[in-house]
Structure formats: structure tokens, C-alpha cells
Design a protein around this ligand. Sequence first.
Ligand code: PEP
Length: 243
Amino acid sequence: MENKKIIIGNQKMYMSIGEVSEFLKGITGKNLGSNIVICPSSIYIPYFLKHRYCVGIQNISFDDKRQYTGEISAKQASDTGIKYALVGHSERRLYFNEDNELINKKVIALLQNNIIPILCIGETIEEKNLLKTNRVLKNDIVSCLKNISSDDLEKIIIAYEPIWAIGTNRIPTMSEIKSNVNYIKDLINKIFKKDVRVVYGGSVNSNNINKLNKIDNLDGFLIGGSSTKSEEFLKIIEVVVNQ
Ligand code: PEP
């Protein structure tokens, strides 16, 4: 298992072609290592691959054999040179009705095609207030990782993303993050007898990264909005890599 912290930028559908070009200019010559993963809109992926950045895809189809207009299969992604994929992001669960059964199929398709799944799990604010966070995390882990072998488990990254913290500028306390990440790691260790990497995502920015990066059980960060401006993204990387 890699021991360097991983930083994943989820640029969602935020950027125009001009903004992508500005972003690429901003990171030129910065020698981002293989632990910095950029997930642009799929249509922009070739620009990032051309410059040899480590690229993740924001979504893939669960199946590569059917006639699915508009979808991208894990095989196509893998053949193109994509190394990572987001799966189970709360926006896909909410707006595209993706459930744990479908997410499990996507995790399996990714593993079969040598792409590292970044499996996003996390609670809503209502679930948090009803003290259901552990129950939600357990249900997501058990269902999304059904039929995954212990060996494959080591390839997966879990992104702990409290849904209420995504794009809101609100983050949990450091001790809440630490204890929820411990819960995820302990549970996975109990089920698979293996360690898993867990990153935190939700309103990470250059102002809060110093304190977030001090949480000692985190293996990195998943960054949405703050990954779309090269200066801001590079500031975050600098703290994580050098602190
Ligand atoms: C995300 O969408 O995965 C995310 C972490 O977004 P943001 O950083 O904007 O909260």
C-alpha cells in the first residue's frame, strides 16, 4: 500500500474549456506526482493525459458490453490511461438515483479493469443529528463492497465525505473526522483483515487544510471546488506534501 498521502481533485462540471486551459497553465512545470489525481469533466480528460497528469474519471458505466448511449465503460477508461474513478459520489446518488447495489457493480467493473475505485460514503445532516452516522457508513461499506476480495480491497480508496459538508463551507470537527475515519478503518479491518486508505472530502480549502492535515489517521483528501483554481489547488498540495 502506498504511504504517501493522496490528493484527489474532483472538478465536477464546473469548468469551461478556457478555465481548463488556465488551470493547465497554472500547474505547468509543478511536477505533480502520481499521488495527485485530477478528475476533470470526461470531455477534458485527454488534455490532462497529454501532459502526463494522473487522471481519474468522475463516473463510469457498471457494464462494458451493452449499448448504452452516452456512457463510458471501465475498459474504455482503462485503455485510455485513466488510473482512478470516483464512485458513489453523493451527487450521483442524489441526482441520478445511484444506489449501493449499482455502486457495488461499478466497484467490481473498475477492479476488473485495473482502475482504483475511490468509493465515496458519508452521512446527511439529518442522519448525523440522529446519531446514525456509523450505521450509514457500515451499510454503505457492506453493500458497496459486496463480493470484493481482501486482495482487491487493498486497491480501493474510501472517501469519507459527510454530505452536509460538500460545497457548503462547513466541515466536521477534527475529532469527528478522526473518529469516523477510525470507525471505517476498524470495520474494514474486521471484515477483510486488511487495511484500507481513507481520505476526507467536504469543503477542503487552503484556509482549513493546515488543521485538517494534522488529523493523523487520514491518507489524503478529496477536493471539489478548491481543485478548480490552480493557485488554490497548489496551495493545498503544498501543505499536504510538506507539512
Ligand atoms: C466533492 O464534491 O467531492 C467535494 C469534496 O466538494 P467540495 O470540496 O466542493 O466540498
